[in-house]
Design a protein around this ligand. Structure first.
Ligand code: DGY
Length: 317
């Protein structure tokens, strides 16, 4: 069975994979072109892509050999699932193993935005810090503030737990329906997004990407947010209209934002780059050694099950 791994994976996972299968690694660790990905569909039994690969209809139509797309990551909005299903190609992901790392990063962004950490670091490195003073870079406390969680799945809940138990925040959430897990966090269910936005001091996004959530946070949603509140996004860039966000940050309607994801990565919306009150990270949600290895092992478990003809542990269709 031939496998193409489109980017470098942690050493231990590459070793484990290579011991069991005929694996081609993309040694250059730069994104493959759409043509190369399409050709791979005809040359490999398994394609193991990441969020940086666009596995669209044309790529999927590129060949008939591939019967498993084993994604290294939990989000799969970069893969045309309908086109894969129509060709009988199974798609798997790596759920569960990046929950804690991503929730940790959401808290990192909440803290950095609230305490103006990026601004402070830029000022200091530029040699512009004039010393301690009572009015210098004043931010916001977290205790007793409302964290509005949009999407209350694994990562949304883990973020809420940290914010509530670690920082004394109150939790409200917007999801398809109330969730039992909310009771332990004393979390309030909001049946409508505008309700949640209007009562939250911080809004953290934890919904999947794709057509259903595209521009969920648009001009209207941003104006429904509380004046002086903060927007945090560790989910997918397409969930936010970034021009509208830049406007809300410039006008001061929002006090700040913390972003880890963008619609056309690695491009970062120009309008945000010059703003002081936004923290911009380069898609680091799952970037811990432990998590990246666990993601690889999970992808490997799916590939092994596929090779043995066993039920796949993490099918997404
Ligand atoms: C995912 O897994 O979906 C992340 O965004 C990449 O780590």
């Amino acid at each position: 069975m031939r496998i193409l791994v489109t980017r470098r994976w942690p050493d231990a996972v590459e070793r484990a994979l290579s011991e069991r299968f005929d694996v081609v690694l993309n040694e250059s660790d730069t994104p493959l072109s759409q043509t190369e990905l399409g050709e791979a569909m005809g040359a490999f039994d398994v394609l193991a892509p990441t969020v940086s690969d666009r596995i669209d209809t044309e790529v999927i139509a590129g060949g008939d050999r591939c019967k498993l797309i084993a994604n290294y990551g939990v989000g799969f909005d970069h893969i045309d699932i309908a086109a894969a299903s129509a060709k009988g190609i199974a798609v798997t992901n790596t759920p569960g193993v990046l929950t804690d790392a991503t929730a940790d990063l959401a808290l990192t962004l909440i803290l950095m935005a609230a305490r103006r950490a990026g601004e402070g670091e830029r000022e200091l490195r530029a040699g512009e810090w004039s010393g301690w003073r009572p009015t210098h870079l004043i931010g916001s406390a977290l205790k007793d503030k409302v964290l509005g969680v949009v999407g209350f799945g694994r990562i949304g809940q883990a973020t809420a737990q940290r914010a509530h138990h670690g920082f004394g925040m109150k939790i409200a959430y917007f999801a398809r329906g109330p969730k039992d897990e909310a009771a332990a966090l004393d979390a309030e269910f909001c049946p409508s997004l505008p309700d949640l936005l209007a009562k939250s001091d911080f809004v953290s996004l934890h919904v999947p990407g794709g057509d259903d959530t595209a521009n969920l946070i648009d001009t209207k949603a941003l104006s429904a947010m509380k004046p002086g509140s903060y927007l945090i996004n560790t989910a997918r860039g397409g969930v936010v209209d970034h021009d509208a966000l830049a406007q809300a940050l410039k006008s001061g309607h929002l006090a700040g934002a913390g972003l880890d994801v963008y619609p056309q990565e690695p491009q970062v919306p120009e309008a945000l780059l010059g703003l002081e009150n936004v923290v911009l990270l380069p898609h680091l949600g799952s970037a811990t050694a432990e998590t990246r290895e666990a993601m690889g092992m999970r992808a490997l478990a799916n590939i092994e099950a596929f090779a043995k003809g066993e039920p796949l542990p993490d099918p997404v269709q």
